[in-house]
Design a protein around this ligand. Structure first.
Ligand SMILES: [Zn+2]
Length: 214
């Protein structure tokens, strides 16, 4: 199994590319506004994207989704509760930078809705969708049972958790989804977050200050 990653854009968002082997199909998880860099990750390993999965609709995770889809034809999967973000990348950028940047910021033309607990069969992998609202209403983590790996987006980081002070965020909701849809996984589960280094469920259960007592 190949897991390629690169921190991209000003937010240093981890894009992940997973594939069974070089030269085959790949699944891309999250697309910061640098679709050229994602294309290079794929090209370096001669991979074709079967799908792009978005953990949530914040610009640093989905800004590149529209141009990536128009260039590659890959299906884009995202939870509909984040449509208020996913459909407005230019407005999000304007909020950050105060101007409307030049470039192709249109959202993906076609989106496939993520559904909690569904099993996606993509590029030879089975991925379980885990809807984890709190950071945003439509945030999802992606779990690979066979590989004991969780792509946690902005839900869970090494020693931290996603912020809930942005529009649509809610702290109690985040704690609730953490308990039922993240901390129910085994300690040995590898966690690959949307920012920063990888960790495990066991390490976070023991040492993450935000998870104590929930
Ligand atoms: Zn976010």
């Amino acid at each position: 199994m190949l897991i390629l990653t690169s921190p991209l854009w000003v937010a240093q968002t981890n894009t992940y590319v997973i594939a069974k082997e070089k030269g085959g199909l790949a699944v891309v998880i999250d697309a910061p506004p640098d679709d050229d860099a994602i294309g290079r990750l794929l090209n370096d390993h001669d991979l074709s994207p079967a799908a792009l999965l978005l953990t949530h609709g914040h610009i640093d995770h989905m800004g590149g989704a529209g141009p990536f889809q128009r260039r590659t034809g890959a299906a884009v999967h995202v939870h509909p509760d984040d449509d208020y973000l996913t459909l407005e990348p230019a407005r999000q950028l304007q909020g950050l930078f105060g101007t409307s940047p030049l470039g192709d910021w249109a959202p993906p033309d076609v989106r496939t809705d993520l559904i909690d607990a569904e099993l996606l069969d993509l590029a030879g992998f089975v991925l379980e969708v885990r809807h984890t609202p709190g950071h945003t209403p439509g945030h999802c983590c992606f779990y690979l049972p066979a590989q004991e790996t969780l792509f946690s987006g902005d839900q869970l980081f090494a020693r931290s958790v996603g912020r809930t002070d942005l529009p649509g965020g809610d702290w109690e909701t985040l704690l609730s989804s953490m308990k039922s849809r993240v901390l129910d996984l085994p300690d040995e589960t590898q966690v690959l977050p949307g920012h920063g280094p990888q960790t495990t469920i066991g390490a976070e259960r023991r040492h993450n200050p935000f998870l104590q007592g929930i």
